[in-house]
Design a protein around this ligand. Sequence first.
Ligand SMILES: Cc1cc2nc3c(=O)[nH]c(=O)nc-3n(C[C@H](O)[C@H](O)[C@H](O)COP(=O)(O)O)c2cc1C
Length: 347
Amino acid sequence: MSLINKSIKVNKFMVKNRIIMAPLLCFNWADEDGFEIYDRSVHYGKRARGGTGLIIIEASAISKDARINETELGLWKDEHIPQFNRIAKSCHNEDSLVIVQLVHAGMNGTGTPVLSSSPVKVKGKECFEMSLEEMQKTKKDFVSAALRAKKAGLDGVEIHGAHGYLLNQFTSKEINQRTDMYGGTLENRLRLPLEIVDEIRAAAGDAFIISYRLGVNDPSLQEDNYLARKLEDAGVDILNVSAGIGSNNIIVPDDFPFSKITYMGTELYKKVNIPVACVFGIREPNQAEYLLKHNMIDMVAVGRGQLADPEWTNKAIQGDAVNVCCQCPRLCMYIIDGRNCPWYGKE
Ligand SMILES: Cc1cc2nc3c(=O)[nH]c(=O)nc-3n(C[C@H](O)[C@H](O)[C@H](O)COP(=O)(O)O)c2cc1C
């Protein structure tokens, strides 16, 4: 039997197989007030029908000022709940679990003013240090968005702690230059994400998946290990390992057959007892099968592969060939608009 098709327990839920749809923003598919203009229940429902066990809905903003871009999906007010409820239903109808990724973009966002853990200049733009009051509001916004996700019928949330967004700006030694209890020591830099996990758990209860997208190499694997264990202790149910601010400097053994981001996932897998997912460049089922067979990881997140082929997981389980992502040379066409993807409509 394919190891991809083996169920796994996450929180109290059984995920029917080992494949996750990685969170993937659908650029230009929402208006400036966080409402979708293109029905995502179809987009995600197709991937659920394609067999994927756990769907992670794209980064969704916890407040208007927290957005990555002007067309990001919102979960900052109750009026946003129905669009997530439609997605929850379309995925649950296919027996897939579904959670939403919550984000505050910090210095890489559209806020006015743009805030970060510390004053920093990004592409010539001045970003200001978040005050303690603003941090309290941020925590409240994460919790409120998580409760809206629960109300929408989703199985949980993923806290975005990677890719240089706000929580990654707190954990990163390079960006975080604060001198208060949220900066300096490793313990202090981890404080805000851990407080957010605690508060979501307290508000949403036990039977609610909390995933954490952990940005690696900030500044070393040793510190990532510590964060991973702290997140486990705080009650995180799954670690979804991806790129951090220091990712360019990762050194990978010569014989490791995948990317450096995947490598870091497989290293963190050895350090915690909760399920760990890795990602990056896993385009074909035999790659996912290899990682599982060699006991390198618990779950495999597939991003662009899912965009090229909504049936990726069913085909993997059946041993059929998938549509292979074209790896558009300049950038993934979904970054302009998913409808420009060479596979869109032909999947
Ligand atoms: C179009 C696009 C949108 C993305 N949106 C998100 C996002 O919302 N949240 C996130 O954590 N990562 C996001 N990512 C990163 C993916 O989740 C994934 O880590 C990355 O694409 C590498 O995996 P892959 O090689 O399987 O595509 C995005 C990537 C792409 C190409």
